[in-house]
Design a protein around this ligand. Structure first.
Ligand SMILES: [Zn+2]
Length: 142
C-alpha cells in the first residue's frame, strides 16, 4: 500500500469500515511511514475536538423560518422570470408591428408608383408627350 492509497482509505479506517485485509495493510504502512502516521493522529485529534464541541439547539421555528425564506426567494425568482417574459413579448410585438408598418408603407408606395405608371402609359397612348416632360413628372414623384 502506498501513501496515496492510505489517504483515500484513512477515514474509512477511523470509522472501522475497512475489510480485515485492507486494515492490516494500512496498519502495516502506518507503522512504517511517519507521514501517514502523523496524518492519522491529526485526523483522530480533529474528530475528538469535533465531538467535544458543545451541542447547539436550533432556535424555535428554525425550520418554519427557513421554509418561509425559501418560499420568499422562490416568489422573487418567479416574478423576475415573469417580468423578463413580458418584456421579451412586448419587444417582439413592437418589432413585428414596426416590420409590418414598413412592409405596408413599401407596398402602398409601389402601388402608387404602379398607378402613376399606368396613368402615364394611358396618357402616352392618347397624347403625345415629350419625353423630357415625362421624365420631369417621374422625377417629381420619386
Ligand atoms: Zn505513507
Amino acid at each position: 500500500m502506498r501513501c496515496k492509497d492510505v489517504k483515500k482509505l484513512i477515514s474509512l479506517y477511523i470509522d472501522g469500515e475497512l475489510s480485515f485485509e485492507k486494515r492490516i495493510k494500512l496498519e502495516r504502512h502506518i507503522n512504517n511511514c511517519p507521514f501517514c502516521r502523523r496524518e492519522l493522529e491529526d485526523l483522530k485529534i480533529i474528530i475528538k475536538e469535533i465531538h467535544n464541541l458543545p451541542k447547539i439547539e436550533p432556535p424555535i421555528n428554525f425550520i418554519d423560518n427557513l421554509w418561509y425564506r425559501y418560499q420568499e426567494e422562490r416568489t422573487v425568482q418567479r416574478n423576475y422570470k415573469r417580468i423578463f417574459f413580458i418584456l421579451g413579448l412586448t419587444f417582439a410585438l413592437i418589432f413585428i408591428f414596426l416590420l409590418s408598418q414598413k412592409i405596408w408603407i413599401q407596398k402602398s408606395k409601389s402601388q402608387e408608383l404602379q398607378t402613376f405608371y399606368e396613368i402615364h402609359s394611358k396618357w402616352k397612348k392618347s397624347f403625345i408627350f415629350e419625353e423630357p416632360f415625362v421624365d420631369f413628372v417621374l422625377y417629381q414623384n420619386k
